[in-house]
Write a protein that binds this ligand. Structure first.
Ligand code: HEC
Length: 156
C-alpha cells in the first residue's frame, strides 16, 4: 500500500521518458526551483543512513518514515532528470518492496538483507551512469548523525 504512490510516480515517469530521449543530466526548463541531482542524492544518502540506524535500533516507525523519504528522493531524481534511464530506477523496486515488507514484519534479518540489496541498487545505477566513484555501503558502526536519537522515543 505504501508503495502505491511510488508506483504511480514511476508509471507517470515511464510515460514521460518515452518522449524524453536526451542523455541530459541538466534540469528541464522550468520556472520552478529544481534541486540539483547531487543535492537530491545527498538527501538520499542521509535517508539511506537513517533508515539503517532506525532499523538497527528496531524503531520500525521511524524506519518506515525514512524509507518513504528515500523513495521520494529517488522518484524526484527520476522525474526531474530525464537523462536517467527509467530501468535504473525500476530495478530498485524489488528491494524497496522487500524493505517495506521487512519493516511491516518488524524483521531485523529481512531488513538487513533488503538493505544490502537496496545499497547494491544504488551502486548499480552509479556505475551505469559513470559515477562508479560514488560507492554506497551498509554503514559501519560509526554514527555521524550525533544530532538525532535513533532509538524509539520513550513513552511519556
Ligand atoms: C537512477 C540512478 C541512481 C540511483 C538509483 C541512485 N543514484 Fe545516487 N547518483 C546518481 C547520479 C547520476 C549521481 C551523480 C549526480 C551528479 O553528478 O550531479 C549520483 C550521486 C550520488 C551521490 C553523490 C552526491 C554528492 O554530492 O556527494 C550520493 C551520495 C548518492 N548518489 C547516493 C545514492 C544512494 C544512497 C542511492 C540509493 C538509495 C542512490 N544514490 C541511488 C544516480 C543514482
Amino acid at each position: 500500500m505504501r508503495l502505491r504512490g511510488w508506483m504511480l510516480a514511476l508509471a507517470g515517469f515511464g510515460a514521460l521518458t518515452a518522449v524524453a530521449t536526451a542523455q541530459d543530466l541538466k534540469s528541464p526548463s522550468s520556472d520552478q526551483y529544481v534541486p540539483r541531482l547531487g543535492d537530491i542524492m545527498g538527501a538520499a544518502q542521509t535517508r539511506h543512513q537513517k533508515l539503517w540506524l532506525a532499523g538497527k535500533a528496531q524503531n520500525w516507525e521511524l524506519a518506515a518514515y525514512e524509507l518513504r523519504q528515500l523513495k521520494a528522493s529517488l522518484v524526484e531524481a527520476a522525474v526531474f532528470y530525464s537523462g536517467i534511464p527509467v530501468g535504473n530506477v525500476t530495478t530498485l523496486e524489488p528491494s524497496l518492496q522487500s524493505m517495506s515488507d521487512a519493516l511491516t514484519a518488524k524483521d531485523g534479518r529481512k531488513f538487513a538483507k533488503a538493505f544490502g540489496d537496496l545499497t547494491e541498487g544504488c551502486n548499480t545505477c552509479h556505475r551505469s551512469m559513470k559515477r562508479n566513484f560514488v560507492v554506497m555501503k551498509v554503514p559501519s558502526d560509526q554514527a555521524p548523525f550525533a544530532n538525532q536519537q535513533f532509538a524509539p522515543p520513550s513513552k511519556p
